[in-house]
Design a protein around this ligand. Structure first.
Ligand code: SF4
Length: 325
């Protein structure tokens, strides 16, 4: 079978939800020079299930730094000497202002905090700030319990981000202060509370292609709703060597997740500009249909105007958020 026939077969199997471990091995072995052929399949799968709509989101770091956890890739970990800003919880006015701005740019808004989890008092503050405000509201506030998820849901939060970060096998090599099972349980609690879950990870942190394959299959089994893909940004002071992956390697990771999870939004988040540079728009051909716009938790991005220009040049449009009024 030649590459075109193989790409067509992967397209068919992906659309039918039949991509298996062997298919993922085929993608992993795909020569980077021939990726445009594979992108024919991933782009068509994206368009079949997501049309020309893209699903970006915007973040607000509502409490930065000084995290007790030791995630080796994270600039906000107190175990890393990164000099990141340490801030207390943002006040309601600041959160509402950012939410209103995100809505004005037709972007969902996600409140994100460092830390293993926010306290019940802090959760109440966040919910009071969001409650009754227009806009699509998401949250990423750590390992929360059922009461906290019910509060967030009742405050109008519709999606909870909680990344598993890496495969079951690789996770213990990057985090030791909490278990991956704690994160899986958190994802299940958020789903049980009726929230959608945004759950993915970070790449270029020393994981193998087998780890990436296992991770894609684990996320599919968990039936997450959205898959964010971060490329490691080696902020000085973090405790992992800079990625050795090329932009094409990172794009192949996107293709792997797109074909394994054809119906799910796949979003390219942190490290997009740094690692894809002039090849950013290729992420859509690789199968991505989302991204973080407007900057990250501790680093800048290209900006909403630049992102809007990029998708316009690709003939893509942001999903309509008018129903969140
Ligand atoms: S990823 Fe989250 S839990 Fe881990 S160190 Fe960073 S802020 Fe803390």
């Amino acid at each position: 079978m030649n590459l075109f026939e193989t790409a067509a077969r992967l397209y068919e199997r992906s659309c039918a939800g039949q991509i298996d471990s062997g298919d993922l091995d085929t993608i992993i072995a795909w020569p980077n020079d021939d990726l445009p052929v594979l992108f024919g399949a991933t782009d068509m799968v994206r368009r079949k299930f997501h049309g020309n709509r893209v699903d970006p989101c915007s973040l607000m770091n509502v409490k930065s730094g000084a995290c007790s956890e030791d995630c080796a890739f994270c600039a906000q970990s107190s175990h890393s000497d990164t000099g990141v800003d340490v801030t207390k919880l943002a006040d309601a006015a600041a959160i509402r202002e950012k939410l209103a701005y995100a809505k004005s740019r037709n972007l969902p808004f996600c409140v994100v905090s460092s830390g293993r989890r926010l306290t019940p008092t802090q959760i109440t503050s966040i919910c009071d700030a969001l409650n009754g405000e227009d806009g699509e509201k998401h949250a990423s506030l750590g390992i929360l319990d059922d009461d906290a998820f019910a509060q967030l849901r009742d405050a109008g939060v519709v999606c909870y981000n909680h990344n598993l970060e890496a495969s079951r096998n690789f996770f213990p090599t990057i985090v030791s202060t909490h278990r991956r099972e704690d994160r899986v349980a958190t994802v299940k609690r958020a789903k049980a509370a009726g929230l959608k879950v945004c759950c993915g990870g970070i790449f270029g942190i020393g994981e193998s292609w087998k780890d990436r394959k296992d991770f894609a299959l684990e996320l599919r089994a968990l039936d997450v709703d959205t898959v964010p893909i971060n490329f490691f940004n080696p902020v000085p002071g973090t405790r992992i060597a800079p990625p050795k992956e090329t932009p094409l390697d990172f794009l192949k990771i996107v293709a792997l997740f797109r074909l394994a999870l054809p119906t799910k939004p796949v979003k390219v988040c942190g490290g997009r500009e740094l690692h894809l540079g002039g090849l950013q728009a290729l992420m859509f051909h690789a199968g991505a249909n989302g991204y973080v716009s407007g900057g990250y938790l501790t680093t800048q991005g290209a900006g909403i105007d630049a992102d809007d220009g990029m998708i316009a040049s690709m003939g893509l449009v942001k999903k309509d958020l008018s129903h969140f009024e």
